[in-house]
Write a protein that binds this ligand. Sequence first.
Ligand SMILES: [Zn+2]
Length: 499
Amino acid sequence: MIMQTQHLNMAAVDNHSAELLVILVPAGQTGFPSQAYPACLETLIEHYKKMGDWHSESKYLLCINPPEFKASRILLVDTNMDIVKADAKRISNVVSDVLEQLNKAKAEIIMPPWLQGGELLIQALFHASYKFSDYKTKTSRREEISVTLLVSDDSLDESLDYARALHNGMSRTRDLANMPGNLCTPGYFAECALALDEQFATISTDVLDEAQLTELGMGAYLAVGRGSVHPGCMPVIRYVGAEPEEPAIWVIGKGITFDSGGITLKKPPGMQSMIYDMCGGASVIGLMAAVAELKLPVNVTGVIATAENMPDGDAFRPGDILTTMSGQTVEIISTDAEGRLVLCDAITYAKQHQPALIIDVATLTGAQIVSLGSHASGLMGNSPQLNQALQQAGDESGDRAWTMPVWPDYQDALDSPFADMRNAGSQSPGMITAGCYLARFAGNTPWAHLDIAGTSFQYGTGNSATGRPLPLLLQFLRNYSNLSAPQWSINTDDCGFLP
Ligand SMILES: [Zn+2]
């Protein structure tokens, strides 16, 4: 989608030619709340009220050849004056549906001065324009949608730049996440990470290969990919937007390009959706692009913990004991609890680079879907302030997360008779046990974990991958870049990590 702003003298809006002019009408208002809106708009609404076409229940009205207006079509859409996410979604859906019906590609939207939450509307318009049809040989190709925001000043410019970068990042994330497992392999992730290095002068990428990961002692990470013909790797993407010596925020994404479950093979229903087990990794690619596009004054390092989990004669198996990069040993209960195995070594790697903090993002457990569904990502961590900052960024961006406890009480589920821990609890609340497992590797480095199993994709909905939690992460980094000296104290009593 192409989106731009254009200055318009509102007093002359009736003289403005447009294929489709969108006018937002405040819900439940008898008139417009500001003198900034001209009388011609009041007259227009009155006209359709008299005809009975526009009334208190109206959600939208398409007016063809409206009287006294140069625009050939006007779309009246009801809105709250303070737009929340649901309004933004509804308005953007109406606009894109009407464009589709009319087979038109251009809309012009008057952004009135009284409107609050315009940024959410801009983001929703971008979001509604996303289509994934790369693998359909026959598509109804249409011109790219173009939206012009008609404004009276420059106050929306920053919001538009932010929304555009977020959209570009989310589209990358969604495209990558929607790709099938035969094409999106760990090697393909490496190519995407290296492409960022090519595209942005502020980004440099290293791809650690299996030999280097072996050298580092990543026994858990490497075990996961052993059954696959696609070699594992670990792309590390560095963005420098602040002084180079300032500690970076490390964002680690789970990128299991296909998760068959391994020897603990999954059952067929739903297995096809396991191409989405790399949504965390895909969101790291999108995030790094968005951060670089916005030139945020922070240092961010993105890591893709990627492998393919397949059964094979050389695959790791239940009962195996693996030595992680941290030195801690893990007894494998289920080879399908593999995400935490790549993540734990990536977290240890990040810790060795003196990070400001670590956030990991993963489609980690079905239990997250049972607990929170598609409405909120599961948030766990060892720093109350960091949890709070992330939850706040989720609220602000409409991409919510909900903090779950990782109390020491839950740690017992990971006790193993043979190793330091096991990789899955039985009869335990799975989302929390997974968080407890990762907490043992984060130790006393500020760390948070986002379980995005239910929020990052909705299989079978056409566009499936949602691009979440990019809005939350980017908002967090945007807020972070405005903090002078962020402090993240560690609460090991509540978190229960074992020193
Ligand atoms: Zn799995």
